[in-house]
Design a protein around this ligand. Structure first.
Ligand code: HEM
Length: 497
């Protein structure tokens, strides 16, 4: 005899809810225990206690500000947060050692590639060794070509003229400039990488499913790094619940789009197209998953960084009328009265503008810190011992605020510090590792600088942009790139000239 008990629908739902709720409570409890265990077992030093109890928040807006304070007070410019097994340095000699002299001892490492692995796969941003070297060579060749640079500038120019300027001109209400700049840079990097226009900066400011999925995927991947233990997200991923379920769905949207585009290119041909994907398809003809990984890495590398850099720039400019006037004087000297967009040649001649862009990223670097993992025991130039497997972090945000690197006026926004007799003089990249430095220096540095300067030239010439509301320093959302919590509200008005 066979008994079959058919649970009523509502009962099945209740049972499921009960189990799901119990699991969530138990899981949170387990995470909290793990957190307490780490707190007790790791270390009881003042720094670790302050970190683990979040008591730094009573004095500092951001974790990076607290680290800056600690690094300033450290005689070597290096600190160790034992609870995180993380050595953090703002010492240029150490940065030179990590990023160049002993480059092979400081790969990105397994913990980092595990965190971003589902989103980035085997893309350049997420791999070491031969896989990295192969992509680096291929990408350097492509990005170094004059043709791709002029292709990139064409994309940026079009986006400024047809979308960015009209949107700002049409709005006299308060706008979130950070949001506008994120939309702007997403349109650009998608056009550049895939030859696809997501249209995020259309006048209606639409919600783009791709941008949304990409944002969610990078945010949730970054949040993995903040969990008390990697075990937590790994178990959630295994069970496909909570944030890991959302992450999987967001990555699926990005993957579907990338795979669709690759398939379409294969069918329609790619040899005459200029975007990065089509260029890479000529070198990698038989591995679509790999192609997808490479191009998604570019999307991540080039999207939020440019928007973050421009947000920091306009925040500083809004408080520094003197710098704004000097930029305008220079623009007027090199551009005709009716010219809206500066040419590549004009941008190259504008040393003050270049200095102002560098100076803003000294104070607000888009990538505030960057970590590597020591492959073997080592000793840094300042005498700090590094045990194999330790996370080693260089901190551009703190370095830009160190008196011993930049002098007593290090907190001032002063582009003149980059100029000698009006000519821009670059600084040692290990003192200013905003684009990293050494063999793994940012591949998009020149493109990013041209994009930033084009935007600044076009906006500063035509508009007055004032940040409204709070006068306090920005608060950042924890993540891979600097994002101001709550956005950057501005009022934009046409200049009377
Ligand atoms: C102001 C804008 C930018 C800043 C501050 C910046 C900064 C950085 C930093 C700090 C790294 C090292 C990251 C790491 O290894 O963990 C990096 C790597 C990279 N960046 Fe940028 N970036 C910017 C814009 C761009 C753009 C627009 C692109 C692409 C068009 C790009 C492409 C890359 C790539 C491919 C890498 C990986 C290089 C490698 O691992 O060999 N970046 N960038």
């Amino acid at each position: 005899m066979k008994f079959e008990v058919a649970l009523p629908y509502s009962m099945a739902t209740t049972t499921f809810t009960y189990f799901f709720f119990s699991f969530t409570v138990l899981f949170s409890f387990f995470s909290f225990l793990l957190f307490l265990f780490r707190m007790k077992a790791c270390c009881n030093c003042h720094t670790c206690r302050t970190y683990l109890t979040f008591s730094w928040t009573s004095h500092f807006n951001n974790l990076c500000d607290w680290y800056t304070h600690l690094l300033r007070n450290s005689p070597t410019g290096t600190i160790h947060v034992h609870a995180l097994a993380n050595t953090i340095t703002a010492n240029p000699d150490n940065v030179h050692h990590i990023l160049k002299t002993r480059f092979h001892n400081y790969p990105k490492g397994k913990p980092f590639s595990a965190i971003l692995g589902d989103l980035l796969g085997q893309g350049i941003f997420n791999v070491d060794g031969h896989a990295w070297m192969f992509q680096r060579k291929m990408a350097s060749l492509e990005l170094g070509s004059v043709a791709i640079r002029s292709y990139a500038l064409d994309i940026v120019t079009r986006e400024i003229q047809s979308r960015l300027l009209p949107i700002l001109a049409a709005n006299d209400a308060v706008l979130d400039l950070q949001d506008i700049l994120r939309r702007f840079s997403f349109d650009n990097i998608c056009n550049f990488s895939f030859g696809l226009d997501p249209g995020c900066l259309h006048p209606s400011l639409p919600v783009s499913p791709l941008a949304q999925a990409f944002d969610q995927a990078s945010r949730l991947s970054a949040e993995r790094a903040m969990m008390a233990s990697p075990l937590i997200w790994k178990v959630k991923r295994l069970l496909n619940v909570g944030s890991e379920k959302k992450l999987k769905e967001a990555i699926r949207v990005v993957n579907d789009l990338a795979e669709g585009l690759i398939k379409q290119r294969r069918e329609m041909g790619y040899s005459t197209r200029k975007d990065l994907l089509s260029r890479f398809m000529s070198s990698i003809s038989d591995n679509d998953a790999y192609l997808r990984d490479i191009v998604v890495s570019f999307l991540l590398a080039g999207r939020d960084t440019v928007a973050a850099a421009l947000t920091g720039f306009f925040w500083l400019l809004s408080r520094n009328g003197r710098v704004q006037s000097r930029i305008r004087e220079e623009l007027d000297r090199f551009m005709g009265p009716d010219e809206e967009i500066a040419s590549f040649h004009q941008l190259r001649e504008m040393h003050y503008l270049n200095a102002a862009v560098y100076e803003s990223m000294r104070l607000y670097p888009p990538v505030q810190f960057d970590s590597k993992f020591a492959a073997e025991d080592d000793v840094l130039p300042d005498g700090t011992f590094i045990r194999k497997g330790t996370r080693v972090t260089y901190h551009p945000y703190a370095m830009g605020r160190m008196e011993r690197i930049w002098g007593p006026d290090c907190l001032e926004f002063r582009p003149e510090r980059w100029l000698q007799d009006g000519v821009f003089l670059p600084e040692c990249p290990f003192k200013y590792p905003v684009f990293q430095a050494g063999p793994r220096v940012c591949l998009g540095k020149e493109l990013a600088l041209v994009e930033m300067k084009s935007v600044v030239a076009a906006l500063v010439r035509r508009f007055d942009i004032r940040v409204v509301g709070s006068n306090s320093e920005p608060r950042f959302v924890p993540g891979l790139t600097a994002t101001v919590r709550g956005g950057m509200p501005v009022r934009v008005s046409e200049r009377r000239r």
